[in-house]
Design a protein around this ligand. Sequence first.
Ligand code: ADP
Length: 244
Amino acid sequence: MTGGALRVENLTVEFDGFKAIDGLNFSLQEGELRFLIGPNGAGKTTLIDVISGRVRPTAGRVFFGHSDLSRLQEHEIVALGIARKFQTPSVFPHLTVWENLELALGFRERLPALLRPLGREGEERIAATLATVGLEHRAGQRAGTLSHGEKQWLEIGMLLIQEPRLLLLDEPVAGMTRRERELTGQLLHRIAPGRMILVVEHDMEFLRRFAHTVTVMHEGRILSEGTVEAVQSDPRVVEIYLGR
Ligand code: ADP
């Protein structure tokens, strides 16, 4: 695969003639943990919406490997290994942590997970996922009783167990304690190798600490891109975003 596993080419998205995205080019490579930042209205959500198939491009294309995402339905994009997590944790509160993961494993296999025996391999996958997200000690606990941070980690686990190649995360540390943010950053670093992670995030301290690379959007375009240090010292970024 050349030119990156995710490639957004000359993307424009118009809403009633207003360009929310304006000729944007963007790519992500395997193993990258990229943060997407920019002021409100910059077009971050719209970009994620296009990648996940929720919004159609007005012009331009989005490739994931050789697949043109702009021609696919949302469920086909999920089947390619693109998983999206919204800001609010979405878990089944009355099921245990283990059962939530069991259900998520079933989504991938398109089988009603709770209606059939899990099998040794399934159990191992759940146990491994619990360890990855740091919730081994919560396996038997109802998801509704977890802390906010733990619910977020469980939901990340529910996506991971489906083995995504690209994870799209919307403000994963919003509302978390300092300790939970730290653990979440470590979790993202643990799971980045072998996949791509794109994080929309406003928490600059978190970004400075954990981002590999940063893309700054402004008015539907990319204003700056690179390492945290490079982006932070870009005067255009300071002017529109960091300096405010
Ligand atoms: P961000 O996530 O960076 O805050 P958005 O992608 O949500 O930015 O929005 C970019 C621009 O597009 C904003 O001006 C917003 O009002 C507009 N926009 C987003 N979605 C729609 C929509 N469905 N209809 C009309 N305008 C929209």
